[in-house]
Design a protein around this ligand. Structure first.
Ligand code: ADP
Ligand code: MG
Length: 729
């Protein structure tokens, strides 16, 4: 194939640019002044060491970076108010001159105030600056200044607050008198300075901004050119120009992100080869063995998946369903189809405990159908592993269940047809792709119990179809949820005891790290595990020797070896231990239907989705179940979280509430998924552009056979991927 990989192209371009730059220096010394987008911002006038540091802190290294740092909002200075017109609360710009006689007062060694009076033809007003004595020198008598800010009532009548100012120079309007951008700046930079840098950069690099989106996309979407967009996002001349610019850049942002995600995951709609075509879709043999009827939603999902499986293209679907909604049964049914149609299936789970649990469930079912299941995980003995790998390679094991151990290079399948990842958000994109590569474009089903709002799903899983189970299996009761302070401990323990006396079991999720230890823990992250350990151990021992001294109690924490963990879990699953004291390692997917109460200590330390996951450990049968959130926190946000938890049992409702509490920025932000923060796009307002971008991305991949053929775009996406090393979706 004659396709040049993107990194080669990127290197070529880099070399060429350097070459050209070198030639210039030698042959045309005067060219040295010309600025390139790839040049350091240090080349700009008035960028010295400290401003350079401030810019770098904001992620701005090159002039190109600078131009791509978009405004946070704008001030409309297209209208200049007179002093007489001002009213409280207004964001206004006035054009005034200083009256002379600024007043300076030192209030304490560290505090000073500088008050300067300004006037226009209609009146005068005073503006105060704190701790900026040099302000006095910034306004010269006889000059005029644009001053913008919020109008407030001060002790000397109307004044302006948070002001920005600029000297009026006839015929050289920079920003006042128009719509003025404001940026999210790090300290050491003012809006005014930053604006002038952008202005300079735009002027110096005129004509260099290339468009990396293919014309065909620009035309079909009715988008403006990139150079126009960049100029007008910073300094729009009119509302329409701004709108055009923003639309283009929001599209671009969402387009790039989705294209990068798809590029990272490998493109979707592959035609499947003959060995993976599913023709036999009779599920009856499995259905008749399941101890329950499928719910309406489960049935719907099954038919969605089956219709993909029989389409001639590889299945590529995300199955979203709240904890306990019955995703495992779906996985079983699909594994069955893969096997009876002559292929192998693999199920990858994020923890060993979960993998073993699945293995047991699958074995019990599939033994009855003469289908062989195998297990592969880290804690197995070398011999066991070898046997499992051998069975998988020979095709003797038809359904393999395991952990990350499945990703090892020497795990080879004879004919891998279906790949299922359970709790898939626990795996990185790369890991899932690795597993997929063990088959020739196998069918892929990713399952998650972390529901996310629709628009977010569209971005994160742009390449996948999405199926959703919203309905819970019948007889499932609402888990009564309470939020209480630690003062309630005795009563909670009493309550737990009563549940155990009824023959049920309990989870106690332990404080991670106590608050006051937290600060020092930040310095040495390695200590966290140790502290977590002591904390759990201490708490568990207190319980074991105190209030629950007559009850068998298991302890589970992250520091234990996989084998130990499994043993503790197993004895809890069998009902030998009645109480499981655990850190969040228990969070994922564990199914012990006999557990009816979960108490979560220091609940303020968890996010909503994690609390909801934890709560999902109970209420897994028709027995009435309870969740007690224990917190002494008075923090507003955590109060809101507790309230949301006590109000709703529905993961989808909670995910929307979570979004509301945290705000879209943080919800989407790097902490959650390792994605770049969106500079412009707002997922909750720009849903139309989002949908259009998604369509365009899919069409491009479709048309170009799963590749990105347009070189400028390819380079751009490569760069973006470089910044998204650790994405986990
Ligand atoms: P999750 O979606 O969290 O993986 P599971 O697949 O573990 O949920 O199912 C939770 C419990 O619900 C299991 O005990 C399972 O046997 C049971 N279950 C699943 N589907 C149904 C159904 N249609 N009717 C009754 N119980 C069901
Ligand atoms: Mg599950």
């Amino acid at each position: 194939m004659g396709i040049i990989p993107p990194h080669v192209i990127a290197d070529l371009i880099r070399n060429l640019t350097t070459l050209i730059a070198q030639r210039r220096d030698v042959a045309h010394p005067s060219w040295r002044k010309l600025m390139l987008l790839t040049d350091s911002v240090a080349k700009l006038k008035s960028v010295g060491e400290s401003r350079l540091a401030a810019l770098n802190l904001m992620g701005i290294e090159t002039i190109g970076d600078l131009l791509e740092f978009f405004p946070r909002d704008y001030m409309d200075r297209s209208k200049i108010s007179t002093v007489a017109e001002l009213y409280e609360g207004q964001l206004a710009t006035i054009l005034v001159s200083p009256t002379g006689n600024p007043q300076y007062r030192q209030m304490s060694p560290k505090r000073s105030v500088t008050k300067i009076y300004f006037k226009d033809n209609t009146g005068q007003l005073a503006i105060s600056w704190f701790n900026q004595p040099y302000m006095q020198g910034n306004f010269k008598a006889g000059e005029s200044y644009y001053i913008s800010g919020k109008v407030v009532w001060g002790s000397f009548g109307l004044s302006l607050e948070n002001v920005e100012y600029e000297r009026f120079v006839d015929g050289e309007e920079l920003s006042a008198g128009r719509i003025v951008p404001r940026y999210r700046l790090s300290s050491g930079l003012t809006q005014k300075v930053f604006r002038s840098l952008i202005h300079q950069a735009l002027a110096e690099t005129k004509g260099q901004l290339q468009d990396f989106l293919p014309d065909i996309i620009l035309d079909s979407q009715g988008l403006c050119q990139r150079s126009f967009a960049i100029e007008n996002i910073h300094f729009p001349l009119s509302g329409e120009d701004f709108y055009e610019a923003r639309k283009r850049l929001v599209f671009e942002e969402l387009f790039l992100l989705q294209a990068a995600l798809i590029a990272a995951k490998g493109f979707l709609r592959h035609k499947v080869d003959d060995s993976k075509i599913i023709t036999n879709v009779d599920l009856q043999p499995v259905l008749s063995l399941l101890p329950f009827e499928l719910t309406k939603d489960q049935n719907k999902v099954v038919s969605e998946i089956v219709s993909d499986l029989t389409s001639g293209y590889a299945l590529n679907r995300l199955l979203q369903g709240d904890v306990g909604s019955g995703k495992t049964a779906i996985a079983m049914l699909m594994c069955y189809l893969a096997v009876v149609n002559g292929g192998q299936a693999v199920v990858m789970a994020p923890t060993e405990t979960l993998a073993k649990q699945h293995f047991e469930g699958f074995t019990k079912l599939f033994n009855q159908l003469g289908i062989t299941c195998g297990l592969l995980c880290g804690s197995q003995k070398a011999k066991e592993k070898r046997e499992a790998k051998d069975g998988v390679a020979r095709g003797a094991i038809q359904i393999t269940i395991g952990t990350h151990a499945l990703l090892q290079e020497d795990v080879e399948f004879k004919n891998l047809s279906l790949v299922i990842t359970d709790e898939q958000h626990r795996f990185g994109v790369r890991q899932r792709a690795t597993l997929g590569e063990k088959g020739q474009h196998p069918h892929i089903l990713a399952m998650t119990a972390t529901p996310i709002p629709r628009s977010l799903a569209m971005v994160l899983y742009g390449d996948m179809d999405i199926s959703t189970i919203r309905e819970m299996p019948p007889g499932r009761q609402i888990i009564d949820t309470y939020s209480v302070t630690r003062a309630y401990h005795p009563r909670i323990f009493e309550f737990i005891r009563k549940e155990i006396e009824k023959g049920h079991q309990a989870y106690i999720i332990c404080p991670l790290i106590a608050k006051d230890e937290d600060e020092e823990a930040g310095v040495q992250a390695r200590n966290d595990k140790k502290k977590e350990l002591t904390q759990v151990m201490k708490f568990a021992q207190e319980l074991a020797s105190g209030v629950f001294s007559d009850i068998t109690l298991g302890i589970l924490h992250g520091k234990m070896k996989a084998g130990e963990k499994a043993a503790v879990m197993e004895s809890f699953a069998k009902g030998e231990t009645k109480i499981l004291v655990s850190t969040t390692v228990v969070e994922v997917g564990i199914n012990v239907p006999n557990a009816t109460i979960i108490m979560i200590e220091n609940a303020e330390r968890f996010g909503i989705s994690q609390l909801h996951q934890l709560r999902g450990r109970v209420g897994r049968s028709d027995k009435k179940s309870y969740c007690v959130l224990v917190t002494d926190s008075k923090n507003e946000v955590s109060k809101k979280r507790m309230e949301a938890m006590t109000k709703s049992n529905d993961g989808f409702v909670l995910s929307e509430l979570d979004l509301e509490i945290r705000g879209p920025g943080e919800f989407f932000g790097t902490s959650q998924h390792g994605l770049p923060t969106l500079m412009l796009a707002n997922l909750y307002k720009d849903t139309e552009v989002l949908a259009a971008a998604r369509e365009a991305v899919l069409k491009m991949f479709e048309d170009d056979g799963g590749e990105i053929k347009h070189n400028p775009l390819k380079i751009k996406i490569k760069a973006l991927l470089g910044k998204m090393q650790n994405i986990s979706l």
